[in-house]
Every structure is written in C-alpha cells, then in structure tokens.
Design a protein around this ligand. Structure first.
Ligand SMILES: C[S@@+](CC[C@H](N)C(=O)[O-])C[C@H]1O[C@@H](n2cnc3c(N)ncnc32)[C@H](O)[C@@H]1O
Length: 226
C-alpha cells in the first residue's frame, strides 16, 4: 500500500510561511526603530570601505580612460533615506557602482536591489555585500527598461554618461513600477532623463531620490519636486 506524507509536507510548508512572516516582521521592526549606535557604526565602516573601493576604481579607470563612476556623499544619502525607512518596501539604485547605497538600504530594512552596467563593479558590490552580511542583490545590466526612449524638450536623445546594455529588470524579477524608493546619481544634464524615466515607468506613489552634481539630494514624486 502506498503511504502518503501529507501531514509532514503541510507542516514544512507552514513552517516556511511562518519563517517568511517573521523575516518580514523583523524588517518592519528594523525600519521603525531609529538606527542603533551599532548600526550607525556598521554604516560608517561600510562608507569607509566604499570610499576606498571608489578611489581604486577611479584610479584604474583613469589609467584606462574616462569612467562615469563617481561616488555619492554617503552620509547625505543616509539622511535622505531615513524618512522613507518607515514605509520601506522595495529600494532600487540606478547605476549602483560599488554597491554602498544599496547595501546601506538593505541594512536599514529595505528590500534592496542595484543595477550596474560595469561587470567589475557588480562583482565588487556582491563581495562588499557578503562582507557586511547583507542580502542586497545586484545585477549587471542597464537600469533603462526595455523600449524606453528618452527625448528631451529640445528633441535631443543625448544620454551623456548613461551606457547601453540589455535591461537589468528581467534578471531582477521586478519592474521599475514595483519599487517604492529609487536612487540615482546622474551626471550634470542627465537629471531630466531620470525624472522622465521615473514618471513614465515608475509608480506615481514612489519617491525618486536624485543626488545632483551640486551635492544636493532632491526628492521627486510623480515627476514633481517634493
Ligand atoms: C555617478 S556613478 C554613481 C555610483 C553610485 N550610485 C553612487 O552614488 O555612489 C554612476 C554609475 O552608473 C553606472 N551606469 C552608467 N550607465 C548605466 C546604465 N545604463 N545602467 C546601469 N548603470 C549605469 C556607471 O557605471 C556608474 O557606476
């Protein structure tokens, strides 16, 4: 007679569901609490490693020619991210470079993802995430969704330092519309493209945080400056 083990399988499934619920609750608790001194210290270590990595990449790139990577002001990004922590949800970094900002978002309790066009930087960001015990995820590709075409007010399609590659969203398993908070650090003159991309392909409820070359971090929602 064939024996079935439905009871055991059901218990396993229930256990898995409970683990997922607990992990979600833990992330929610993490988001609602102000960063603890331990977390602040961990973030400062992350920023220091990120600055070293950034300097190495810029040094190598200068030998090989121009590279569009320039690191953000991490303390300023932290201050800009904190007010969005309570709502949490999915976080995406466009052009995640060495991954510091995506890892910071993960440590703050977001479900954090980064898309980066440079394979070397993607490798470095995955290694950095591992060192900081972070579950931030990185994919190599373009943050431009398939079929997106940028046309500025003067009709120009110039993208400046935005490179072309297959879109990274299919590998992420999410569309741009799924993300509640998106961070981008465009080169001067590329801000309008990022604002357009977010307002045409992102959720109207989502916040776009733009780190400008002037050093400010501007928050947009539905294409409008908040
Ligand atoms: C100014 S750096 C910012 C790096 C990081 N977000 C930070 O703020 O420290 C811009 C990054 O975007 C990447 N990038 C350029 N075009 C891209 C594209 N189409 N898709 C994904 N990444 C891109 C560059 O390789 C570079 O690492």
């Amino acid at each position: 007679m064939r024996r079935t083990n439905y009871g055991f399988e059901k218990r396993q499934k229930d256990l898995q569901k409970q683990k997922k619920r607990e992990a979600k609750l833990e992330k929610k608790r993490l988001r609602e609490a102000p960063p603890s001194p331990e977390l602040e210290e961990l973030l400062q270590l992350l920023f220091a490693e990120g600055r070293t990595l950034g300097a190495e990449f810029r040094g190598n790139a200068e030998e090989e020619g121009f590279h569009a990577f320039a690191p953000a002001n991490y303390d300023q990004v932290l201050a800009a991210l904190l007010p969005h922590r309570a709502t949490g949800g999915l976080f995406l970094e466009w052009g995640s470079g060495p991954g510091v900002i995506t890892i910071m978002a993960d440590l703050l309790g977001f479900d954090a993802y980064g898309i980066e066009i440079d394979g070397g930087l993607v490798e470095a960001s995955r290694a950095l995430a591992e060192r900081f015990n972070s579950s931030a995820e990185f994919v190599e590709g373009s943050f431009l969704p398939e079929g997106y075409q940028w046309e500025s007010a003067d009709g120009s399609q110039r993208m400046g330092t935005i490179g072309t590659a297959p879109s990274g969203y299919p590998e992420l398993g999410h569309n741009l519309f799924d993300f509640g908070t998106v961070f981008g650090y465009p080169w001067g003159g590329e801000e309008a493209m990022m604002i357009d991309l977010m307002s045409t392909r992102g959720s109207p409820e989502a916040t776009l945080l733009l780190h400008t070359v002037a050093g400010t971090i501007d928050a947009y929602q539905g294409g409008q400056l908040r």
